[in-house]
Design a protein around this ligand. Structure first.
Ligand SMILES: [Zn+2]
Length: 247
């Protein structure tokens, strides 16, 4: 079993200029073929920029290089797009699911609540990050509801892959936002996506973190303290994380 950490969307703050981040997508080898956790933006987002991408271009520094798309990174790793059989989405903001059309054969796994938020009328400001055309190709969907199971001490939903993977509901940043836990050889990886900002906690006041990321920051800090062997990653990591190699 192998797992690759892909930066699918470099996004840097104008001020301070040292804040340079990449959107983390996971490429996991499983018994069901390659599973991609989040996609980053897709090729079409570069060719026909949605309004939200243009807004990011104004407010942040985004190089928007097609070589950062998941589909081109998968190719550089020696795979074809069809080898990505499944895509698990933490949530459906453009920077997490814009690449869906680049993998039209993949089955898409997402929490039902998130898909309903994506397809329904906007209700909160973060819903502006949904871009409807990202599912215009009508992918095969598997929608999940709470199952009564748990992963560690968190309610979670088992995904149908080996190694073990779980969808961990962490609603707030978006209405159906989830983390994804993956059993890797060195131990559990808990990708909490946009429910927390690992490494940024000391810079961001709690009220801003709750407003943008949802209410789970304190709970996830407790989790880290209780289970230090679980490696935690977030949807947007410092660029240094990717430079250290993808193992
Ligand atoms: Zn998001």
């Amino acid at each position: 079993m192998d797992i690759h950490f892909l930066n699918c969307f470099t996004c840097s703050a104008r001020v301070p200029s040292s804040w340079r981040t990449g959107a983390l997508c996971l490429l996991v080898e499983t018994d069901q073929g390659l599973v991609l956790v989040d996609t980053g933006p897709g090729l079409d987002d570069y060719a026909r920029k949605p309004g939200i991408v243009r807004a990011f271009q104004v407010t942040t520094i985004v190089p928007l290089e097609p070589k950062e798309t998941a589909v081109q990174q998968v190719a550089r790793l020696g795979h074809s797009p069809e080898d990505v059989r499944h895509i698990v989405l933490t949530h459906m903001h453009f920077d997490h699911c814009g690449g869906l059309p680049d993998f039209p054969h993949a089955t898409v796994h997402v929490h039902r609540r998130e898909y309903e938020a994506f397809t329904g009328p906007p209700r909160r400001w973060t819903d502006l990050a949904y871009v409807r055309r990202h599912v215009a190709h009508q992918p095969d969907l598997v929608l999940y509801d709470e199952s009564g199971e748990s992963w560690f001490d968190l309610p979670a939903i088992r995904l149908p892959f080996d190694p073990e993977m779980w969808l961990v509901p962490l609603f707030g940043h978006s209405r159906g936002h989830c983390g994804v836990a993956v059993q890797t050889e060195p131990g559990w990886l808990f990708h909490v996506a946009d429910a927390a900002a690992v490494g940024l906690e000391e810079y961001i006041p709690q009220w801003i973190a709750s407003f943008v990321l949802g209410p789970h920051g304190p709970r996830l800090r407790e989790f880290r303290a209780a289970f230090p062997d679980v490696r935690m990653t977030t949807g947007h990591m410092w660029l240094d994380f990717f430079k250290k190699g993808d193992k």
